[in-house]
Design a protein around this ligand. Structure first.
Ligand SMILES: [Zn+2]
Length: 375
């Protein structure tokens, strides 16, 4: 009997020790990565300033404002809609730390679904963090989940019914920010974040909104721009100019019967020109091999080279992979070309962004070269 009690006590202590280690690691994901205010930042707001109900929740998130020296149009860039698609977050951070505006105003939300970055998807083996070398030391970033953290929104219904259209999707999509637009004041936390972003666009009369994403290399809509019909003119000019620079970009019209997504609902419910861009991220693909920080940053994967040889992918894939600097380079060049195409069409609402590293700057010098020193 005495022996049994001793064994039980030892196992209890071991279990508590394991819980402490796992709990500490899980809680560490709640700490946001440092983002440094670059020379262009004129103000940092919170989304709750546009929808106060978000205050004090994990849905509240920072909006970095870069107001130009001269008046003009306005643009919103959303990074981190899906926390497991790091080029969106990193493109937003690169804009925040480098961009300045000659004309107009740029709003950047690096962590659109902040809650999604506080955990990662079970059974995926994803790293919790990844690091990027810079001339001033390493910078770390979280690798999050596609969905809002269940600690912030639970349980999922069996069927998710999109509020304004009645569209039915799998229950887990209830926590997908890019299925919740235009959002609801009295909805789930995810719908409330969507509502806050829609309110920001309406209040600030944002002319152009760009949502940054990544997809697995075997997904058909990849290295692509998805455009609401109202944005098609600007998107067409931007796509042609990207191709002229050797950056292959497909242009896809936003399907009218697929609801809850930025490129559909923000275009339908506000006056903004709504666009979304996708780059290739092997770390979220289903054909990938070892899933670790290296795959997230370098995009190199033996299994994808094999899949490419078998003709199973929608992007070229070789031993060079698709490193983060290339994916960020695609997004940033896309943003620049969209702003130029819009400014040409609406000369009185020009958005002139400067000091953003180009695709070749990023691929030749590396992403770390454009990240500031985190204090
Ligand atoms: Zn996505």
């Amino acid at each position: 009997m005495k022996g049994n009690k001793l064994t039980a006590a030892i196992f209890l202590c071991l279990a508590l020790a394991c819980d402490t280690v796992a709990g500490k690691s899980f809680l560490s994901m709640r700490t946001p990565e440092p983002i440094v205010k670059g020379p262009g930042i004129t103000e940092v707001k919170m989304l709750s300033e546009y929808f106060p109900k978000l205050k004090g929740t994990n849905g509240d998130t920072e909006i970095y404002v870069i107001k130009g020296k001269n008046p003009g149009g306005s643009m919103l860039v959303l990074g981190g809609t899906h926390g497991n698609e790091p080029s969106g977050l990193l493109s937003a951070v690169t804009l925040i730390e480098n961009a300045e505006l000659n004309k107009g105003t740029l709003y950047v939300i690096p962590r659109a679904n902040n809650s999604g970055l506080t955990h990662n998807d079970p059974q995926e083996g994803s790293p919790q963090r990844f690091t990027i070398k810079t001339p001033n030391g390493e910078r770390w970033f979280r690798y999050g989940s596609r969905a809002t953290n269940p600690l912030d929104q639970w349980p999922d219904p069996d069927v998710y019914i999109h509020a304004s259209s009645g569209q039915q999707l799998s229950g887990s999509e209830t926590r997908n920010l890019n299925r919740g637009y235009p959002g609801r004041q009295d909805g789930t936390l995810t719908e409330q974040v969507c509502y806050g972003i829609t309110q920001l666009i309406k209040t600030e009369k944002v002319d152009v909104s760009i949502d940054l994403h990544e997809a697995s290399p075997e997904y058909p809509v990849i290295n692509a721009m998805v455009s609401h019909e109202k944005a098609m003119g600007v998107a067409s000019v931007a796509t042609i100019n990207l191709q002229l620079q050797g950056i292959q970009m497909a242009l896809e019209p936003s399907p009218t019967n697929l609801h809850g997504l930025t490129h559909r609902e923000l275009g339908d419910y506000t006056d903004t020109l709504a666009l979304l861009m996708e780059t290739s991220n092997g770390a979220q693909g289903r054909l990938r091999g070892k899933t670790d920080e290296n795959l997230v940053v370098t995009g190199k994967d033996k299994m994808y080279i094999k899949a490419a040889k078998l003709g199973r992918l929608y992007v070229p894939y070789d031993e060079n992979g698709h490193p983060l600097e290339e994916r960020v380079g695609r997004h940033l060049t896309g943003i620049m070309e969209i702003s130029k195409a819009f400014s040409k069409e609406k000369t009185d609402k020009a958005i002139e962004i400067i000091n953003v590293p180009t695709y070749s700057d990023l691929t030749s010098k590396g992403l770390g070269n454009y990240l500031l020193e985190a204090k």
